[in-house]
Ligand binder design. Structure first.
Ligand code: GAP
Length: 487
C-alpha cells in the first residue's frame, strides 16, 4: 500500500472507531493535539502496563512528578538555551516551517542538526520557496520549543515540561535516601510532555502534547563498563544502523560483545540496548526487519547526550524508518547543572565503596503515542474482504467479542451469560446488531483477537464457537473451559 493511502486508512479507522481523533474538532482542532478515544486509551493503558512490568523488573520504581516546573529547572538543564528548532517563515503567506524538514522534503537529504547558517546557505543556494504558496522564505532562526506559563497572579515564570526526565533528577536525592543509599537504581516516570513544535504534521506522530515513558538509571560512572548479565547477553545480536553506513543504507546485526569491542560502547549502555530491543521483539512482537538502532551523529545528538541511539521502526504510513524511542547516555549533565544552579549538594556517599560520587545517568526514553501509532501501522493489514489489525493479544484494546448468532430465541440471554463470566478477567465486548459476518468485520477492524458466537447448539450442549482473528479458523469449546482456553 502506498504511504499516503496507508496514513489515510489508519487515520480514518482511528478516528471513526475511537483510537484517536483531533482535540476540539468542533472548533476546527489545533495541529499537534489529539484525544485518545476509548479504544486508544485501552491500548495506551496496556502499553504502559507492559512497559512498567518489563522495565521496572530490576527493582526499579516509578514516581509521579509535575508537568509544570519552575523556570530555574530549565535554565539549569539547558533547555531554555538549547532546546531549539530552526524556523523559517514565508514572507507572503506567513506560514512557518521547520527549516530542516523543509530542506529534507525539498532536497531529499538529511538536514537535522545543521547549524542555522548552514540551513540559510542551503535555502539560498537551492532557491527554496514556500511549499504552500511558492513565495520567498525569510531567514531561518532558532525557535525555542518550550511552552512558558505563569504561576498564580504574580510574574513567577514556569514552563510545561518538554520531557518527564527532569522530575527524577529533581527527586534524585530524596529517592537515594529512601532507597537505602545504593547505586544503581532506576526511577521511571510516565507522564505528559509538551513541545511547541513548529507546524506539526504526520497525523499522530508529531504532537505538541504527548506522553513519555522514561526510565532514568543512576549509577557510579566507574561501573559504566560493567554488567552483571554480560555472560547472558554477550552473544545476543543487536540490529544497528551505523552512522558510517548511511550511504550504503543498511542495518546489520552485531553481537553485544562486538558492540563493546568494536563500537566501543560501554557494557551498561549495551545492556539497555538489549533490553530495549527485546521489549520490541518479545513483548510488542515487532518483526525483526522493521526494527533498528540508529546511531546519531555528533550534530544530531541531543545537547545533553554523550551517547545517543534512537530506536527506529519502519512505518509504511510515514514512508520508512522513523524515531520511536531513544537510549541516552546523559552522563552527569543534569545532576551537575542542578547542583550548580540550586547550590544543593547532589553528590552522594556510597557506603559500600567508601566514596562520594555524582551519579551518571542512562535514560531509556519512549514516546507512548509514537509507539501506539507504530503498532497501528505495523499490524494493519488490508485483505480482499476485510481490514484488520493483527495486534498481539497483550496489546489489543479488546480481547474477545461476544455475539449471539441472532437476536432472538434466547441466544442473547445465553451470550450475556458468557459475557458476564468472561468480563471478570478478560476485556470483552458484546454485540448483537447486524449480521454475524458484519460483526466479525467490525471486530477485525479494531484488532480483537477472538470472537465467540453463541448459536442454537450452545443452548443444547453449552458449547460456543471461538473464531481466531488472523486465520479466521473456528473451534467449538465448552463454556466451562472458556476462561482457561483463552488464558
Ligand atoms: N528525555 C529525553 C527526551 O525527551 P527526545 O528524543 O527528545 O528525548 C524522546 O524524546 C521520545 O519522545 C522520542 O523518541 C519520541 O518517541 C517522543 N517524542 C519526542 N517529541 C515528540 C513529539 N513532538 N510528538 C510525539 N512524541 C514525541
Amino acid at each position: 500500500m502506498d504511504k499516503i493511502d496507508k496514513l489515510k486508512e489508519i487515520t480514518t479507522i482511528a478516528e471513526r472507531r475511537g483510537f484517536f481523533f483531533p482535540t476540539a474538532e468542533i472548533y476546527g482542532g489545533k495541529a499537534g493535539f489529539y484525544t485518545y478515544g476509548h479504544l486508544g486509551k485501552l491500548m495506551k493503558n496496556k502499553f504502559e502496563n507492559l512497559w512498567r512490568d518489563y522495565f521496572l523488573e530490576d527493582d526499579f520504581y516509578e514516581i509521579e512528578g509535575n508537568a509544570i516546573l519552575p523556570e530555574q529547572v530549565f535554565r539549569a538543564s539547558g533547555h531554555l538555551e538549547n532546546f531549539n528548532d530552526p524556523l523559517t517563515e514565508c514572507q507572503k503567506c506567513k506560514f512557518r516551517f521547520r527549516a530542516d524538514q523543509l530542506i529534507e522534503d525539498a532536497l531529499k537529504i538529511e538536514a537535522e542538526g545543521l547549524k542555522i547558517d548552514e540551513i540559510n546557505k542551503l535555502i539560498e543556494k537551492h532557491k527554496l520557496k514556500c511549499p504552500k504558496c511558492g513565495s520567498q522564505l525569510g531567514k531561518a532562526e532558532s525557535f525555542n520549543m518550550m511552552f512558558p506559563i505563569q504561576i498564580g497572579q504574580g510574574k513567577e515564570l514556569a514552563y510545561l515540561s518538554p520531557e518527564t526526565a527532569q522530575n527524577p533528577y529533581l527527586s534524585f536525592k530524596r529517592e537515594f535516601e529512601a532507597l537505602r543509599r545504593k547505586l544503581p537504581f532506576g526511577l521511571a516516570m510516565i507522564g505528559k510532555a509538551y513541545r511547541n513544535e513548529i507546524s506539526p504534521r504526520q497525523s499522530f506522530y508529531r504532537l505538541r502534547e504527548f506522553t513519555q515513558a522514561e526510565l532514568q538509571v543512576f549509577f557510579d560512572s566507574a561501573d559504566v563498563d560493567k554488567c552483571e548479565e554480560w555472560n547472558k547477553i554477550a552473544k545476543y545480536k543487536l540490529i544497528v544502523f551505523l552512522e558510517k553506513d548511511r550511504k550504503k543504507g543498511k542495518a546489520k546485526e552485531i553481537t553485544c560483545d562486538d558492540a563493546n569491542k568494536k563500537l566501543k560502547l560501554p557494557k551498561l549502555y549495551i545492556y539497555y540496548m538489549y533490553k530495549m530491543q527485546s521489549f520490541y521483539f518479545d513483548i510488542l512482537k515487532i518483526p525483526k526487519n522493521k526494527f533498528r538502532f540508529y546511531e546519531l551523529s555528533k550534530e544530531e545528538k541531543s545537547f545533553y547526550n554523550k551517547l545517543h541511539w534512537d530506536v527506529q521502526l519502519d512505518l509504511e504510513a510515514l514512508g520508512g524508518f522513523k524515531e520511536i524511542s531513544g537510549l541516552h547516555y546523559r552522563t552527569d549533565h543534569d545532576l551537575s547543572l542542578h547542583e550548580k544552579h540550586s547550590k544543593e549538594q547532589l553528590s552522594v556517599y556510597l557506603e559500600e565503596k567508601k566514596k562520594k560520587v555524582l551519579p551518571h545517568v542512562i535514560e531509556l526514553s519512549f514516546g507512548v503515542d509514537r509507539n501506539i501509532f507504530a503498532l497501528l501501522d505495523i499490524f494493519f493489514k488490508k485483505e480482499k474482504e476485510r481490514d484488520l489489525f493483527e495486534f498481539p493479544n497483550s496489546i489489543a484494546p479488546i480481547t474477545v467479542g461476544i455475539f449471539p448468532l441472532v437476536k432472538k430465541d434466547k441466544l442473547p440471554e445465553k451470550a450475556q451469560q458468557v459475557y458476564r463470566i468472561l468480563k471478570k478477567n478478560i476485556s470483552c465486548f458484546y454485540d448483537e446488531d447486524g449480521s454475524i459476518g458484519r460483526r466479525y468485520r467490525r471486530v477485525d477492524e479494531i484488532g480483537v483477537p477472538y470472537a465467540i458466537t453463541i448459536d442454537y447448539i450452545s443452548l443444547k450442549d453449552n458449547t460456543i464457537t471461538i473464531r481466531e482473528r488472523d486465520s479466521m479458523k473456528q473451534k467449538r469449546v465448552n463454556i466451562s473451559e472458556l476462561t482457561k482456553f483463552l488464558n
